[in-house]
Design a protein around this ligand. Structure first.
Ligand SMILES: NC(=O)c1ccc[n+]([C@@H]2O[C@H](COP(=O)([O-])OP(=O)(O)OC[C@H]3O[C@@H](n4cnc5c(N)ncnc54)[C@H](OP(=O)(O)O)[C@@H]3O)[C@@H](O)[C@H]2O)c1
Length: 291
């Protein structure tokens, strides 16, 4: 069985790791803040002190860290993955990063004889815990297929998209949907409240129409109760909006609403909402109205 390593045991990485252990995989884990590996250790993961140690004892290392700089740190920094390089080592990057950066990182890995695959996902820790993420993959398809069992365990749908970088571009296109849906629902709720209409009625009507979404049918009910326990932080979605806008520039396309969303999410982070769930954009907008 493929030996799996995880680098980055934040909200998503922990859930992916727990599911891999529950599915019978041997798992080695590293996190910069060691205490975040405690739950995995209790479930049988081997916790190590450096990314290079994960690489040494794994066939497939999955990186699930904040951004491209973090991927570079754990890959090429002191005691990084490349220092634990061995024949057949594969790195699968599940972080949400810029496709341009992904190509640079993959090239640098190849200079060390390591193949990097892009494996970004849709879905949060709540679905990762049951192996129900939706994966977009790109890179070397033969190598991807060789370790397919790992990826099939993590996700219930996989879309293989082609050359390295492609999956990250599509993932960013997905996250535009997350940001703009959260904004659209938040503004709808805010307008309904402004007219003294119960937001639950607003959601009930929306969910009776063609325009309903998973967000309006599920998370929106927590939003109207003011419950913003994070599964994906507002800060991390703001990070993705930065990346979306950088990628748009690199591709020479204009995304006017994503640019505006980036400004709004930046203001929400500045106002102290960053550690909450991204849906707390509603709380930020509500507070604007009260000023
Ligand atoms: N949560 C979701 O629903 C979701 C869904 C799809 C994709 N993603 C993506 O998955 C990645 C992780 O998300 P998350 O929700 O798990 O975020 P998180 O809980 O904030 O965890 C971030 C992780 O990155 C690590 N990290 C940050 N900077 C680092 C650096 N310079 N060197 C080493 N490690 C570093 C953190 O280590 P410390 O603990 O030491 O800070 C932590 O393990 C992000 O790219 C996110 O966009 C998340």
């Amino acid at each position: 069985m493929t030996r799996v390593g995880i680098i980055g045991t934040g909200m998503l990485g922990s859930a992916v790791g727990i599911h891999l252990l529950d599915s019978g995989f041997e798992l080695t884990a590293y996190n910069r803040t060691k205490s975040k590996t405690d739950e995995l250790a209790k479930k049988g993961a081997r916790v190590v002190d450096f990314p290079k140690d994960v690489a040494k004892s794994s066939d497939v290392v999955i990186t699930i860290v904040k951004n491209a700089d973090a991927v570079k740190d754990v890959s090429f920094g002191n005691n990084g993955i490349v220092e634990g390089s061995h024949d057949g080592l594969i790195v699968a990057d599940m972080s949400t990063i810029n496709p341009v950066e992904s190509k640079i990182i993959a090239k640098k890995f190849s200079e060390h004889g390591i193949t990097m695959l892009d494996t970004p996902v849709m879905g949060g820790p709540n679905v990762a815990i049951d192996g129900k993420l939706v994966m977009m993959a790109s890179g070397n398809k033969t190598i991807f297929e060789k370790h397919r069992k790992v990826f099939d365990t993590i996700s219930n749908q996989i879309f293989f998209l082609g050359e390295v970088g492609t999956a990250h571009a599509v993932k960013l296109a997905m996250n535009i949907q997350i940001a703009l849906l959260a904004l659209a629902i938040s503004e709808g709720i805010t307008l309904a409240r402004g007219a003294n209409v119960d937001p639950e009625i607003f959601l009930k009507i929306l969910n009776s129409t063609y325009f309903k979404t998973g967000m309006s049918e599920n998370k929106a009910y927590k939003m109207i109760k003011g419950s913003f326990e994070p599964t994906f932080t507002l800060t991390n979605l703001k990070k993705d909006l930065d990346t979306i806008n950088e990628a748009a520039m690199a591709f020479g396309v204009s995304l006017p609403i994503s640019a505006k969303a980036n400004e709004i999410f930046q203001k929400a982070v500045d106002a102290g909402f960053g550690d909450l769930d991204y849906t707390a954009i509603l709380a930020y907008i509500k507070q604007l109205k009260q000023k």
